[in-house]
Every structure is written in C-alpha cells, then in structure tokens.
Design a protein around this ligand. Structure first.
Ligand code: ASN
Length: 477
C-alpha cells in the first residue's frame, strides 16, 4: 500500500517538474536559405544574414515562439536538404510551382515574382532570336532556369549552369555569357545597386508565380502552420510591409559599406575585415583538423596496405581506390545530402566537411604511405625478422621510421592540397574563405578586387604552412 503511495508521489513530482519545462521549451527548427539572393537573403558587411526573408523569419519566429538555425547555401542544396528531411524548412525566394507542390508543402505566398531575361549593359543582343549560338547562364535548380531552358530549342542557345546568382551575373557582365534568366525583383535590386546589366522584358516578365516558405510534403505541419499564422499577423499589423520597404528602399551601401570602402583593395579589406577573418579561421580549423585526422587515417591505411595478410591489403586497397576515385565535391554532397536522406541522421555541415576531407585526403595519404613503406628495402624486413623481431616490432622499429622519413615531402604536399581542397566545401554551405569571397562579391560586385584578396590570403597561409612543414622536416632529420 505504502509503495503505491510512494510511486504515486514520485509520478506527481516528475509530472510537476517535467511538464512545465516541456511546455516552456520552444521548438527548434533548421531552416535553409539561398546565401546570395538580395534583397531576400544576403550577407551584410559583418557576416550577418539580412534581407526581407531573414527579417520575416525572425519576426514570425518571435511571434510564434520557436527558434531556428538558419543554414545559408546554394539554392539547389537548400531545396534538397528539405526534400530529403535534413532540414525542416526553406525560405529562399522559392517560387510556388505545380511540380514543386508534389515534393513540398508551401506557405501562403509572401512575394510576387516574374522571370526576367537579362543581358550586359550596351549589349548587341536585342531580342531572344539574337541568342542563337550564344551561351546563356542559368542557376541550377531554379524556376528561372527552367523557364530559360524551355526557350532553348526555340532560340538555339547553349546553357552554362552556376550555383549562385552573383557568379551567374558576373559571367554575363564580363561577357562570358550573352544572357541570363533570373527573378525580376532580384535582378532589379542588383541593377539598382550598380550591377551593369539590363533587363530586356521589364514590362513583360515570364510567369513565375509567388515565393513561399516550404517544408517537405506531409512533414513539419506545425512549423508550416506557425509560419502562416505568424506571417498573417505581421502582414496585418504592417510590420511585413515595413520590412519590404526597408530593403527595397535602402542603398546597397547600408549593407556593404560606402563606395569608398569598395573602390580599393585596402578599403575592401578594411570594411570586410570581420568577414574575412571569420572565413579564414574556418578554413584554418578545417585544414588543421583534417590534416591531423587524415594523416592518422592515411598512415593506418598505408600500414594495412603492406600487411602480411592478403585480405587486409585488399581492404586497404579498396578504401584507397574508392575515395581517391570520387571527386571531393561528390563525396561532400553524398555525405551531407545523400546519406542523411537514407539514415535519417542529420550531420552538421562542418562535420560532413571534415569527414569528406578525412576520407579523400586520407586515401591519397594511404597510397603514398603504402608506397613509401614498400620502398624501404624488403631485405630490411627480412633481416629484422631473421634477427628474431616479430612482424609488428620490425614494422614499428625498422620499416616505419625509415619509410616515414622518405614520405615527408609527400606529407607536406598533401597538407597544401588539403588546405586548397577546403574551398570545395563551400558547396555544402561552409562559410570558409572561398564562400566568404563569394558572399562579399555578392554584396559589393567587386569580383576582381575581392578574388585578388582571397587569392593572396590563401598564398600567405600556404607559405606559412610550407615553412612550418619544412621546419618540422628539418627537426625530424
Ligand atoms: N527563385 C528561385 C526559384 O524559385 C530560387 C532561388 O534562386 N533562390 O527557383
């Protein structure tokens, strides 16, 4: 009897302690967005994501009492992460289309759009017919690119795909591509802020419907309902319109610094100092962690590769073959976007990036480590064994020290390659140095200066890394 009361009491206490906290805990969501889609989402000079969508999301979340992590990346990746359940929602200037309704559930529309076709200022191209034989730049996976593609056979142009809007614009403005297709509000904002392009169909945009916030079809119903409720409220009380005016009315300088800031390399360096430092720090973190772990993994693969046992050698050879053969970007997409769709386990972009580097760089390291060990005269192993040293001992005391010494230059080489390879991880939205460059160009349109700065920073870091490696090499000797 007493036991029963006690149990009841415990249950009551548990209920009282947990129920209120469970109620107080706000739901947390992962939301993806398109990193370079001003005025909807873009980065300001302090590396903060701003724009109509960012302010809208913040206002809705505050009203509805949820929190979220915003993950900016390319539109295509952003959409895929939601369609395979890795992220909960997407707000990325995403047109509500019938095809997409098969895969996503959309909120009430929040912005009307249309498709523009765009050429360089003072271009000789006057009509779509002039595009025959020319190249048109499109952005992967977007409604505007579908629209452009639907005109391809009629007008006979070639297509080149880009991952982000700004690189695509730049390709047209420097004259590599003759034209591009993009959403009207997005291109108009860019032109207003100095992009030297011209819209050819300002009064006659292609039909593209409206933008909506989206979740995976049939999933995250609570989030979608919250968005709709919150959006209706901020629309009603006028705060949504204020947000729109704030961005459409603002000069680019408000977000990207003054003209003076952007007219010299020094000015750009100064006004983007925080962004560049953050990007550099991310690149260094990725590089150092990847170098250490990939080297360990690579040495292990190398040791297994000269094992006494054939099957062990087989495992090592297969792993090296597999991960050396896969392009780094494919591997990154597979780990970050592909695998979680099947396993249901979400992997943060940074972790996915590190795993990608370990597997790829580790495979290369494994290959040269195996080669290095094999290069140590086989006679030495036999000599060591005939002196009575067991295999493991002979390996550690005789073969490995000599082998590793031969490999030092290869290691240094691999370290430098690893550093450079981190730039490929910008594709999965990691805000390292290269992605930082993309985002700075997105707001100030100073491609030449920004990429010169980024290139110099890489060269400086690579020089430091080489010095450090050489110093270690001399110490070893
Ligand atoms: N407007 C594009 C679309 O709906 C998305 C984007 O480029 N952010 O496909």
């Amino acid at each position: 009897m007493f036991k029963k009361y006690l149990l009841g009491l415990v249950a009551l206490v548990a209920l009282l302690t947990f129920v209120p906290t469970a109620k107080a805990a706000e739901p947390h969501y992962i939301i993806t967005t398109d990193a370079t889609y001003a005025p909807f989402t873009f980065q300001d000079k302090n590396n903060n994501y701003v724009g109509i969508e960012q302010d809208t999301m913040a206002a809705v979340a505050k009203r509805e009492g949820f929190t979220y992590t915003m993950r900016p990346m390319s539109f295509n990746s952003a959409a895929q992460l939601v369609s395979n359940g890795q992220a909960d929602g997407i707000i990325a200037g995403m047109s509500i289309t019938p095809e997409r309704r098969e895969v996503y559930d959309f909120s009430t529309p929040y912005y009307k759009t249309g498709v523009a076709w765009i050429v360089k200022k003072h271009s000789k191209i006057k009509s779509l017919a002039d595009l025959k034989g020319q190249t048109v730049a499109l952005k992967t996976g977007t409604a505007a690119s579908e629209y452009g593609k639907s005109l391809q056979s009629k007008y006979g142009f070639k297509i080149k795909y880009f991952n982000d809007t700004d690189t695509m614009y730049n390709d047209v403005s420097v004259g590599n591509s003759a034209a591009t297709f993009e959403d009207m509000p997005v291109i108009q904002y860019a032109i207003k802020n100095g992009m030297s392009l011209t819209v050819m169909n300002a009064n006659n945009p292609g039909n593209a419907g409206s933008y909506g916030f989206a979740v995976e079809k049939g999933q995250n119903k609570a989030l979608l309902a919250s968005f709709n409720r919150g959006f209706a409220a901020i629309k009603k009380d006028g705060s949504y319109d204020k947000i729109v005016t704030k961005y459409l009315g603002a000069k680019q300088a408000t977000f990207s610094g003054s003209k003076k800031d952007n007219s010299s390399i020094l000015g750009i360096l100064k006004s983007n100092q925080n962004a560049l430092l953050k990007g550099l720090w991310q690149t260094i973190k990725l590089t150092v962690i990847a170098i250490v772990l990939a080297s360990l993994w690579g040495v292990l693969l190398g040791v297994l590769g000269i094992s006494e046992f054939k099957w062990v050698r087989g495992i090592s050879t297969t792993i090296i073959y597999l991960f050396r053969g896969l392009p780094l970007m494919v591997l990154a997409f597979f780990i970050y976007i592909g695998l979680p769709g099947v396993t249901g386990i979400k992997i943060p972009a940074f972790t996915a990036g590190i795993i990608t580097l370990i597997l790829n760089e580790g495979a290369y390291t494994g290959a040269f480590v195996r080669g290095g060990f094999e290069a140590v005269d086989r006679g030495q192993m036999e000599a060591a064994r005939s002196l009575g040293l067991p295999y493991g001992h002979a390996m550690r005391k005789v073969i490995m020290p000599q082998g590793l010494r031969i490999m030092v230059p290869s290691f240094i080489n691999q370290f430098i390659i690893t550093l450079k390879d981190t730039s490929i991880l910008s594709a999965i939205g990691l805000l390292e140095l290269t992605q930082t460059g993309t985002l700075i160009v997105a707001r100030n349109s100073q491609g030449f200066r920004v990429w010169a700065i980024i290139a110099i920073i890489y060269l400086i870091v690579i020089t430091l890394l080489t010095w450090l490696s050489n110093w270690v090499e001399n110490k070893i000797k």
